[in-house]
Design a protein around this ligand. Structure first.
Ligand SMILES: Cc1cc2nc3c(=O)[nH]c(=O)nc-3n(C[C@H](O)[C@H](O)[C@H](O)COP(=O)(O)O)c2cc1C
Length: 321
């Protein structure tokens, strides 16, 4: 039982009103059903579904997961049944979920994104959309949409034109200036930003002299990326006025607090669910306790509190001191 005793953990992300500030990260929580026997889904906030594409995808060759120190590399390759099957076979099941359901849209062209979002958005079972812009643009030598401010803006504008539902745009950390991409996404119509997706990485098997992932490279998640993610939230929060869903390596309440203090209004928990599905519930209970001990009635009171009144973090030439 979650004991909030008068502390308000509620958040508003676009039109989405949640009693708890916790999202379950795309690709890490199935559709929620997979976790229903471990946790009460009414207490987790929102599930972001696995990203869906226009056509079915088998995903990358195996191995697709590699353990790393304090993290995990994945190269799933957006395996999913495609939007037709998804709408026919999956979406109706979400109606009975006691938490918010966020559909995740992926694509390989601007048109793909618009097509998938338009179709997903027709369904009442989907409360909001997240746009996963960390995909290659096949029309331009496979450049990742999320790595180019103009391409990101194009996708967001196209998706925005298809729906009035809350639109969360998920940014990639694999860029030099995440703030400029965040600004473009906001200007193009995003209601909120998810910060961050996985960090590019690679691991090599030294006996076989081969990359460990079938896809060679993958995305690093888990605690190893948390400082990268906290900095990204800090920078994005200074660049935009829309809410941020902070993520990357959150395992404990203290981790979550770093994100709120950096400027996130909500958090998302991904990889940690694989080891302990109770983590999201523990975090909301302990967040309430943290606020109560400080006589703060609501989570909103601490959002961005480590991110006000500081000068530009780039005032020094080097980071190493
Ligand atoms: C196995 C796996 C699959 C993922 N699939 C997706 C996906 O389909 N779409 C997406 O936007 N993010 C995907 N992600 C990224 C997560 O949603 C999350 O943003 C990222 O892992 C950082 O958070 P974490 O460290 O809490 O996992 C995936 C992550 C993992 C580990």
């Amino acid at each position: 039982m979650v004991d909030l005793r008068g502390v308000d953990l509620g958040v508003k992300i676009g039109k989405l009103e949640l009693p708890y500030p916790t999202f379950m990260g795309s690709g890490c929580y199935g559709s929620g059903e997979e976790f229903a026997s471990f946790v009460d889904l009414a207490r987790i906030g929102a599930v972001v579904l696995k990203s869906v594409t226009r056509l079915p995808r088998l995903g990358n060759p195996t191995p697709r997961l590699v353990h790393t120190p304090a993290g995990m590399l994945n190269a799933i390759g957006l395996q999913n049944p495609g939007i037709d099957w998804y709408l026919e076979q999956e979406v109706a099941k979400f109606a009975s979920r006691p938490c918010a359901i966020v559909g995740s849209v992926a694509g390989f062209s601007v048109d793909d994104y618009a097509y998938v979002s338009e179709r997903l958005a027709t369904r009442d079972e989907i409360d909001a959309l997240e746009v996963n812009v960390s995909c290659p643009n096949v029309a331009s030598e496979g450049e990742t949409f999320a790595c180019d401010p103009k391409l990101t803006a194009k996708v967001v504008r196209a998706v925005r034109a298809t729906t009035d539902k809350t639109l969360i745009v998920k940014l990639s950390p694999n860029v030099t200036d995440i703030a400029s991409i965040a600004r473009e996404a906001e200007a193009a119509g995003a209601d909120a930003l998810a910060v961050i997706n996985t960090v590019r990485g690679m691991a090599i098997d030294v006996d076989r002299w081969q990359p460990r992932l079938g896809n060679v490279t993958g995305g690093l998640s888990g605690p190893a990326i948390r400082p990268i993610a906290v900095l990204a939230v800090y920078e994005v929060a200074r660049a935009v006025t829309i809410p941020i869903v902070g993520q990357g390596g959150i395992e404990t309440t203290s981790d979550a607090l770093e994100f709120f203090l950096a400027g996130a209004s909500a958090i998302s928990i991904g990889t940690a669910n694989f080891t302990d599905p109770q983590i999201p519930l523990r975090i909301i209970e302990e967040l309430a306790q943290y606020l109560r001990l400080r006589n703060l009635g609501s989570l909103a009171k601490i959002v961005g509190k480590a991110n006000v009144g500081f000068s530009n973090p780039y005032q020094y030439e080097g980071d190493e001191g």
